[in-house]
Design a protein around this ligand. Structure first.
Ligand SMILES: NC(=O)c1ccc[n+]([C@@H]2O[C@H](COP(=O)([O-])OP(=O)(O)OC[C@H]3O[C@@H](n4cnc5c(N)ncnc54)[C@H](OP(=O)(O)O)[C@@H]3O)[C@@H](O)[C@H]2O)c1
Length: 313
């Protein structure tokens, strides 16, 4: 298969000299430590070269341990992998951004990070409590900081050579547009929920026009059934092309010009989710015509993680 069709090796250029990001990424939102280490090692061994982490996932140490061991055992250079982590909501105050970045890098045990994202546009009460609540159980927001203030602190990380690329997650088009107008350094990447039931087409087009990589999480609809994995259009294309429903959904996400994150927890699924190639044009069009609309993750509404992996429920 030539490189055009084989999405496994596709990379996307990042603006502001941030290098290239592999389109197929491995996400580390995995609740238990042992599974994090094993799944991350399996992913590296299977061939993933893009790893998405977050302070909020509380497993940066385990991801770092798995990556360092895997790189050493596989004779893989640090420069050959792309590692992202994210600033959590309780660290939006500008003076907390660089310490939060340093703490994440330290936990991951890596010399540098390739991309740093603001995890959500919601600022929570500053401090070490990741989920600050009042006595009624309501989230305590921080009215004393704007997204632009936090973004300026992110820009300083780039100025100081701490990180080559910066971006945002869980952001809507209106806020992204406003931020792009005032930003000195444009976001390199925007990470949002996207799949055929939530295509976010307008946001995708805006990202393309502004040379921002559109990075989809939940490309399989978080694996929730019923959902895109069981959609009749997807099942029909899978049967016709000899691919699995997951491979069809992942191919669609890349074929529309974006990148994606998936979290296979077994070596077999890691290989399956990496074996992704271009869809026939009519199949691609059929998926674009799916009319079902469903958001699986409510994080964009409150900033609180809206999805808890099933194994912790
Ligand atoms: N920015 C944000 O707010 C945000 C929010 C959520 C996620 N993320 C990032 O995005 C990453 C991806 O998360 P996701 O939930 O979207 O991952 P995903 O891989 O799209 O969905 C995970 C679910 O899909 C299932 N699955 C994986 N591969 C499969 C396959 N080949 N066939 C059938 N089912 C399959 C998994 O089942 P098993 O568990 O049984 O393997 C799991 O239930 C996260 O790890 C995280 O890095 C970011």
């Amino acid at each position: 298969m030539n490189e055009q069709c084989d999405f496994r090796s596709r990379t996307l250029a990042l603006n502001h000299g941030g290098g290239h990001m592999p389109a197929l990424g491995f996400g580390t939102l995995i609740p238990d430590a042992a599974t994090t280490v094993r799944a991350t090692r399996d992913a590296l061994e299977a061939g993933y070269r893009h790893f998405d982490c977050a302070e909020r996932y509380r497993n940066e140490r385990e991801v770092g341990e798995a990556l360092r061991a895997g790189l050493a055992d596989g004779g893989i250079a640090r420069e050959d992998i792309f590692v992202t982590t994210k600033l959590w909501n309780s660290n939006h105050r500008p003076e907390r951004v660089e310490p939060a970045f340093d703490a994440s890098r330290e936990r991951l045990g890596l010399q540098y990070l390739d991309l740093y994202l603001i995890h959500t546009p919601f600022a929570f009460q500053p401090g070490d409590e990741q989920d600050p609540r009042d006595q009624n159980g309501a989230v305590i927001y921080d009215e004393g900081v704007t997204l632009q203030d936090t973004w300026s602190a992110m820009e300083r990380l780039v100025d100081h050579g701490k990180c080559r690329a910066i971006g945002l997650s869980d952001i809507g088009l209106t806020e992204l547009r406003a931020l792009c107008e005032s930003a000195r350094i444009k976001p390199a990447v925007v990470q949002v929920e996207a799949h055929p039931y939530l295509p976010e087409t307008e946001l995708l087009e805006f990202c393309k026009e502004n040379e921002i990589v559109f990075l989809a999480f939940a490309p399989l609809g978080h694996g929730i059934r019923p959902g895109p994995l069981e959609d009749p259009v997807i099942l029909r294309i899978a049967a016709r092309t000899g691919k699995t429903p997951a491979q069809i959904l992942l191919a669609w996400a890349i074929q529309r010009g974006g990148a994606l994150l998936t979290t296979p927890k077994s070596a077999e699924r890691a290989r399956e989710n990496l074996d992704v190639s271009a869809l026939p044009p009519d199949a691609f069009d059929d998926i674009n015509r799916i009319e079902t609309r469903q958001r699986f993750n409510e994080v964009v509404k409150t900033g609180s993680p809206g999805f808890i992996p099933r194994s912790t429920q």
